[in-house]
Ligand binder design. Structure first.
Ligand code: SAM
Length: 354
C-alpha cells in the first residue's frame, strides 16, 4: 500500500481502482505514513502557517430540503433568522480587529437575499475592507448571478459538490436538485474566475468507497483552489437522524489523500471534525490541512445555525474562538497568520522526478 501512496505523491493522481484499494486497505500505520507525506507537501507550500477565515452564518432560511441538513426547509423545529446588512458589517468589523482578512458569508438558499441584496452586501464589505478577501457560500445560482457577484468584488466561492456519484447525490437530496447542476455551478464559478471550493461529507448515508474514489477523480479534474470536507453528523430532526456519523479516522485519511492529489489546495480542518473529536481540528492540520474557519456570527444566532447535532463553539464570542484556535494551533507547532491566505497561483509545482 505504501507504494500506492508514493505513487500518488509522485504523480498526484491515481486511478479509481487504486484510490478504492488504498481507502479499503488503510491501517493506522498506513495512515501515519500518508500523513508524513501529506505534511511534507503542505510544509513545502505553506510552511507551518494556518490561514483563518471568519465564518458569518447570515441566514438559516433555506428553500432546499437536503435530507442530511439541519436547516432544510422541511425542518419546522428551526427558529429561523437572517442578519441585517448592518449586523453583517459589524461581524466584519469585529473580525477585522481580531486579525481576520477573509470573510465567508454562508447561509441557506434564502430567496430574501436576491441578487441585488447580495451585490449591495458585497460592495459594502469590499469598500469597508479592501484588503480582505470575500468568500460566498450561498448555494446554486445561475451563471449570470455568479458573474454579478464576481463583478461586485467577491473573490471566492464555496460550493461543496457533496458527492460526485449521481445515484448517491439523488439519495441525499430531493428530486429538485441534481449532481449535474451542482457540477455546472462549480464549472461556471471557475470559468468566471472565482477561487473555487468544492467538497464532500465523509461517511454520509449511502456513501461507498467507490463514491469517495469518484470524489477524488472529480476534484482532480475540477482543480479547485479549495476543498472542504468534514464528517457527516446526524441531526435529530432530519430523515437521517438514526444514521451513523462519519468517522474522524476516515476524514483524516481523505484529508491526507487530498493534500497529495492537489498539493497546493487550501484545505480546511472543519468545525464538523472538531465536533466529532475534541482534537479533531488539530489532527486535521497534522493530516495536511492548512485552514481553520472560526465562527464570527453573533452569539445570539449561533445556536440556530445547527446543520448537525452537538456543533461546537455555539456559545463563544468571536474573540474567544480566534484565541482558542490560535492556542490550539500553537500547541501542535503551527501559527495562525494575519493574511488573506490566497491560493499560491504563482508557486511552481514541485517536480520530484527531476
Ligand atoms: N446553502 C449552501 C450550500 O448548499 O452550499 C451553504 C450552506 S450548507 C448548510 C453548507 C454545508 O454544510 C453543506 O455543503 C454540507 O456539506 C454541510 N452539512 C450540512 N448538513 C450536514 C451534516 N448533517 N453533517 C455534516 N455536514 C453537513
Amino acid at each position: 500500500m505504501k507504494t500506492l501512496i508514493d505513487k500518488l505523491r509522485r504523480q498526484t493522481f491515481l486511478t479509481k481502482e487504486e484510490y478504492v484499494t488504498l481507502i479499503d486497505h488503510r491501517t493506522p500505520a498506513l495512515a501515519d505514513y500518508l500523513f508524513e507525506q501529506s505534511r511534507e507537501v503542505r510544509h513545502h507550500y505553506y510552511g507551518h502557517d494556518v490561514y483563518v477565515r471568519g465564518l458569518i452564518e447570515f441566514t438559516n432560511y433555506c428553500k432546499n430540503d437536503c435530507r442530511y441538513c439541519g436547516i432544510r426547509c422541511g425542518n419546522h423545529q428551526v427558529q429561523r433568522y437572517r442578519l441585517t446588512e448592518d449586523e453583517i458589517l459589524s461581524c466584519c468589523d469585529n473580525g477585522y480587529a481580531l486579525g481576520f482578512r477573509t470573510f465567508v458569508l454562508q447561509g441557506g438558499e434564502d430567496p430574501y437575499f436576491t441578487e441585488e441584496r447580495i451585490v449591495s452586501l458585497i460592495r459594502r464589505i469590499k469598500q469597508g475592507y479592501p484588503d480582505c478577501a470575500l468568500t460566498l457560500s450561498i448555494g446554486e445560482k445561475t451563471r449570470d448571478e455568479y458573474q454579478a457577484y464576481f463583478n461586485a468584488g467577491a473573490d471566492r466561492y464555496l460550493l461543496r459538490h457533496e458527492t460526485a456519484n449521481d445515484a448517491h447525490y439523488r439519495y441525499l437530496h430531493p428530486p429538485t436538485l441534481s449532481s449535474a447542476n451542482r457540477k455546472r455551478c462549480l464549472r461556471d464559478l471557475k470559468a468566471i474566475g472565482f477561487q473555487t471550493g468544492c467538497g464532500f461529507m465523509v461517511g454520509s448515508p449511502g456513501q461507498t468507497t467507490e463514491c469517495l474514489a469518484e470524489d477524488m477523480l472529480f476534484v482532480k479534474e475540477l482543480q479547485p483552489q479549495m476543498v472542504g470536507i468534514g464528517p457527516f453528523i446526524a441531526q435529530h430532526d432530519t430523515p437521517f437522524r438514526d444514521q451513523p456519523n462519519g468517522t474522524m479516522e476516515l476524514t483524516l485519511f481523505m484529508l491526507g489523500l487530498l493534500r497529495l492529489t492537489l498539493p497546493k489546495v487550501l484545505l480546511p480542518s472543519t468545525t464538523a471534525l472538531g465536533t466529532i473529536h475534541p482534537l479533531g481540528r488539530e489532527k486535521g492540520i497534522l493530516a495536511g490541512a492548512n485552514v481553520v474557519m472560526p465562527n464570527l456570527s453573533p452569539v445570539s444566532v449561533r445556536d440556530k445555525y445547527l446543520l448537525y447535532d452537538n456543533k461546537i463553539c455555539t456559545g463563544d464570542e468571536a474573540a474567544e474562538c480566534r484565541n482558542c484556535l490560535s492556542l490550539r494551533m500553537k500547541s501542535i507547532g503551527y501559527t495562525v497568520v494575519v493574511s488573506r491566505g490566497d491560493y499560491p497561483a504563482d508557486t511552481p509545482e514541485r517536480n520530484e522526478t527531476t
